[in-house]
Ligand binder design. Structure first.
Ligand SMILES: *Cc1c(COP(=O)(O)O)cnc(C)c1O
Length: 398
């Protein structure tokens, strides 16, 4: 048991020294996550320029989607411009309507919440569990028993009267949520399960790649993610009809025809350009190496922090294999002041550590959204410091 005096005694100098012992020495800064371009990126990009295939569609888009299917095991992959667009399309595919509510964790990046708002729906915030950092299925189930009812084959919020359409768990820092438990809750409450798998490329839950448990899921290939296309994302699904619909909606909902421009509904110009997919193909070829390098770094951090009182490195569950997108230093006890001292000391030394995203329910424009008790997420917010996690750690100047 830790006591208040243990917390006061948290030796920030020792924590920083342990972190620093893992990192390359020298002047310059260390970013949180940087891409590595050590494969055929330049060759593939040049091929785009040489062939003129630079925009939406093209051979690298097809190849990238095939590589995604192979990597994730999903039957269908549709490459789009970014992860937020992928989430937006996922919610549309789940038939999220204006006025609906969508359950998302308060501990997530704002993109999850933004995508819900793009549909005219309201985010409804759920708490996290400390063992995965992700949405707590048991707590959600208990909450819904009190706050919701089943009506006409769907779930309705007793207080607002609004339909609750879907649940969007997020695999925080690449650590899979307990998808089995969550799928049970979704089945019981007639909720669509949509995974925000933006951070979990390469992560598996009970042997299955994340992004396969629900109706549809979203990946991101932003520059700071496990693998990058510059900007990019993808919609994954195992449902052929939803796969076709994802492709249709993201290509301006244009009816296939040799020359006519026929559209029967509002569509989106969300498809990934061939240039970005070329980068993505070269990146996915290196994915096993990226994941192995990240895993080796985890062990180094964990070893360095072993024996440092009051802190540890967050690690995966026995049934999960994390992508370890971002490493998380975990304070044993919530202590925002100690967290901030660690952030201050590391950033002053050029180690660009970060706290978690501001919890969604604390953002001013989302403060009035419905929510359950969020005590665990609030505690985690005061316990986490993200550490440099690139597959190759390099100091940079500037
Ligand atoms: C990165 C990320 C996204 C998508 O971000 P884009 O920058 O739009 O690709 C969505 N959700 C989470 C949790 C993310 O970390």
């Amino acid at each position: 048991m830790s006591t208040i005096s243990d917390i006061a005694a948290l030796d920030v100098g020792r924590v920083v020294a342990a972190i620093e012992s893992v990192l390359p020495p020298g002047p310059g800064k260390l970013a949180l996550h940087e891409p590595v371009f050590a494969g055929r990126e330049a060759e593939y990009l040049k091929e785009c320029l040489d062939t003129g295939w630079v925009s939406s569609g093209g051979p690298f888009v097809d190849r990238f989607e095939a590589m995604l299917r192979e990597t994730t095991g999903a039957a269908h992959a549709v490459a789009v411009m970014n992860g937020t667009a992928a989430l937006h399309v996922c919610l549309l595919l789940a038939d999220v309507q204006p006025g609906d509510e969508v359950i998302i964790p308060t501990l997530t990046f704002v993109a999850t919440s933004n995508a819900v708002a793009y549909c005219g729906a309201t985010p409804h915030f759920a708490d996290s569990e400390a063992r995965t950092l992700g949405l707590d299925a048991a707590k959600l189930d208990a909450y819904l028993r009190d706050a919701a009812r089943l009506e006409g084959g769907g779930c309705v919020n007793r207080r607002s009267g609004a339909p609750i359409r879907a649940v969007v768990p997020m695999h925080v820092f690449g650590h899979p949520v307990d998808l089995e438990a969550l799928a049970d809750v979704c089945a019981r409450w007639k909720l669509a399960l949509i995974e925000d798998a933006a951070e979990s490329l390469g992560a598996t839950c009970r042997g299955r790649h994340t992004g396969n448990a629900g109706l549809v899921s979203a990946l991101s290939f932003n520059g700071n993610k496990v693998a990058t296309t510059g900007g990019g994302g993808a919609v994954l699904t195992n449902d052929a009809q939803l796969g076709r619909r994802a492709r249709h909606l993201t290509t301006t909902a244009r009816q296939p025809h040799r020359w006519s421009f026929l559209h029967e509904e509002v569509g989106y110009n969300y498809r990934m350009p061939n240039l970005n997919a070329a980068l993505g193909c070269a990146q996915l070829e290196q994915l096993p190496g990226f994941l192995a390098a990240k895993r080796a770094l985890v062990l180094k951090y964990a070893e360095a922090l072993r024996g440092v009182p009051g802190v540890s490195l967050f690690q995966e569950q026995p049934w999960a294999r994390s992508s370890y997108w971002l490493n998380a230093l975990l304070l044993e006890q919530p202590d925002a002041a100690a967290r901030d001292r660690i952030l201050e000391a590391t950033n002053a030394r050029g180690i660009l550590t970060r706290p978690v995203w501001t919890l969604m329910h604390r953002l001013p424009h989302l403060a009035a959204c419905p929510r359950m008790d969020l005590a665990v997420a609030e505690a985690l917010d005061a316990r986490i410091v993200n550490l440099p996690s690139s597959p190759v750690l390099r100091r940079f100047h500037g």
